[in-house]
Design a protein around this ligand. Structure first.
Ligand SMILES: [Zn+2]
Length: 354
């Protein structure tokens, strides 16, 4: 696969993701209004913000693959690290958001649980209330996690902001059960986007595509937690919802932070993994074996630049070698190494004699 094909594959999958997010924004937005679910509306707003992440991914993916020129003699690869930093920050923000939300539930739910244990009558009525609410809502898709536990806590006398997610008529909750299909659809679409984007990201050696892929999966998990929360409420453990939310948010924040750390390491010129340097050294050994003027090499250094790597190496020549021969040998080695490892963008050579 050459650079042009990489370019097209990466742009295509990002545009598909962007189109899907636009579709989900409209679908959830319309459904939110139609089914009276403010939670679905909030989810629509999230999909709208995801489009921004897709725009950044597309821009930095394309920019980083521009050939080197006078203003950027080492190419534009680092634009990808900037894009990764941005997309990772979104992922961490999503994790913190879901985590705070889930923690609020845990904190509010604990005293309720205690109160409920003391007065068993309240538990019974709460169960009844919860049971009928779940049946009637069938599970408000996006309100997901919040729905069930908020119902219980609001019934037990704790006012809850999530009550707004449900239309309350004559004291009973009315959420159109069809709303759940939007959460399920969101899981399917986002997981498919994760798989497809991850595949292209690995093939094109693109960190920003990998980061955006993880974002698609985070969206799928968010919707999954929503659906799982409703199931938890049905079996009588509404707190499962909050616990699920905490698990997911920790995962999101962790993967976002580790990708952001990788991007920062790249931007600050921290050497990449030793495996990468080893694979470059292995290829250099093969290449040097074929050029008889070169007696060996030393000091292999790699610098990552988005999908590319810049290599610096010291080549060792005999003291009596002519400048013309040295020049020709260096050119051969540079060309051969770049042919062998397509991610090598430049090869800077120092000369030593021995
Ligand atoms: Zn998202």
């Amino acid at each position: 696969m050459d650079l042009l094909e990489h370019h097209q594959a990466g742009s295509r999958i990002t545009l598909i993701g962007m189109g899907a997010n636009m579709g989900m924004t409209v679908a959830k937005g319309v459904a939110g209004v139609y089914f009276h679910s403010s939670a679905l509306l909030a989810d629509a707003a999230h999909s709208l913000s995801d489009i921004l992440g897709d725009v950044v991914t597309l821009y930095t993916f394309r920019k980083s693959r521009k050939p080197a020129d006078l203003t950027h003699p080492y190419g534009y690869g680092r634009y990808e690290a900037l894009g990764t930093l941005f997309v990772s920050a979104f992922l961490v923000a999503a994790g913190v958001g879901i985590g705070t939300h889930a923690l609020e539930h845990v904190v509010r739910f604990m005293p309720d649980l205690f109160t409920a244990t003391v007065s068993s009558g309240a538990v019974e009525s709460a169960r009844e209330m919860l049971g009928s609410a779940v049946t009637s809502s069938g599970g408000d898709a996006a309100s997901s996690s919040s729905g069930a536990s908020s119902l219980l806590s609001s019934y037990l006398g704790h006012d809850h902001s999530h009550a707004a997610a449900h239309k309350v008529v004559d004291g009973s909750v009315v959420v159109d059960p069809r709303a759940i299909w939007f959460a399920i659809g969101s899981i399917v679409i986002n997981e498919a986007l994760f798989q497809a984007t991850m595949k292209v990201g690995r093939r094109t050696n693109s960190d920003v595509l990998v980061a955006n892929a993880w974002h698609h999966r985070s969206d799928a998990l968010t919707s999954l937690v929503s659906v799982g929360a409703i199931a938890g409420a049905i079996v009588g453990f509404p707190i499962l919802d909050a616990i699920g939310g905490l698990v997911v948010s920790t995962m999101l924040a962790k993967s976002g932070l580790s990708m952001a750390a990788d991007a920062v390491r790249e931007i600050t010129d921290t050497p990449p993994s030793p495996q990468l340097t080893h694979s470059v050294a292995d290829a250099l050994k093969d290449v040097c074996d074929d050029v008889e003027e070169v007696r060996g090499f030393d000091n292999v250094q790699c610098r990552k630049s988005g999908p590319f790597v810049h290599v610096r190496v010291t080549l060792i020549f005999a003291p009596d070698e002519t400048a013309a021969c040295v020049e020709k040998a260096i050119e051969t080695i540079q060309a051969e190494l770049r042919k062998r490892l397509d991610f090598v963008q430049t090869v800077d050579v120092n000369v030593a004699t021995k």
